[in-house]
Design a protein around this ligand. Sequence first.
Ligand code: CAA
Length: 387
Amino acid sequence: MDFSFNDDQLSIQSIAREFAQKRIAPVAAQFDASGEFPLDNIREMGQMGLMGIEVPSEYGGAGMDPISYVLAMIEVAAADAAHSTIMSVNNSLFCNGILTHGTEAQKQTYVKAIATGEAIGAYALTEPQSGSDASNMHTRAVKSEDGTHFVINGKKSWITSGPVAKYIVLFAITKPGIGAKGVSAFIIDTEKEGFHRGKTEPKLGIRASATCEIEFVDYKCPVENLLGEEGQGFKIAMGVLDAGRIGIASQALGIARAAYEATLDWSRERKAFGQPIGAFQMTQSKIADMKCKLDAAMLLTLRAAWTKQEVAKTGGRFGNEASMAKLVASETAMWITHQAIQIHGGMGYSKEMPLERYFRDAKITEIYEGTSEIQRMVIARNETGLR
Ligand code: CAA
């Protein structure tokens, strides 16, 4: 077993760190306050390869491995979680799904546009009545009589990057009454007639990543935009989320690391009762626990990324490893940001420091791409074989 990173992995980590620290960190608080979508930064990150890290170069990506993706995501999330949310949807939920299941033409058109930063992608699974119970969707796609297109009607909610996305991977029912087996996946061009954007969600955290409802009213989707086979949509959605959960685990790690590093600095500088607060056992105990949890979550996330890479060669699934990584990393991020505020005292509660933003941003990692409860359900089902 080798715990070191190779030159390519170290290189993308260093490129992402430099951009994140120079260009994202200084404006993160400003974007958080305004809720503005950081379009220029995202475009630039696309040109650097950060929007399609695992996408082969012929489709406009960086052609790197899943561990490189983890390392780059951590650096971006440590500077600003909202930027990393947009990055993770483009990489994992959009490009990954089309790369795995798409036709050559779909990869050339849609993956290329997103991986290069030319356009923004999104993923539409959730509906107003179905979040965790994802297959209980109502959005309907009906094939036209001449077989040239599907007519889509329905509403999707909580669509990350929905307000700005040019292309969306959408899941809809093509055969009603048979649950998950009746779901198909489509690639949607949002500039076509019948696509509508609804209200934008005002959010607690990741405020610069835009989120909205979307609606389809007699939207005509050409058959060429069916992703994978009819009826395979739910499996595509779940497989894509397995990859997405590694991205969210990495995001959680970045937020947690930023809060931990700020806490280390503070515990050395801040004095109370004549000594740095880091010299008190109560602070030391928290710091030791933070470091252990951070490294444990990192190891689980790297294992999930490594398993994804191995599974690509041999076949099989990596969902159990991805769910474990997401569960532990997101709960670690919530715990560390909570403790970090406590150690910073009043300054942790103030908007003068980024701790309160880290805390607000960390919360979403326990919710989206499957709540902690869903991750526990996935892990327990896999472990027991029961459901
Ligand atoms: N990979 C491939 N196939 C899978 C799979 C996986 N990881 N997981 C399940 N499947 C298959 C099953 O094998 C089954 O197929 P067969 O019948 O042929 O065996 C089919 O899919 C149905 O599986 P289940 O019966 O297990 O489905 P379920 O209805 O019980 O649901 C669930 C399982 C794990 C709870 C799933 O619904 C789930 O993950 N829910 C959470 C949804 C979620 O994460 N939503 C996030 C929204 S997207 C988001 O947040 C993105 C964003 O904007 C940032």
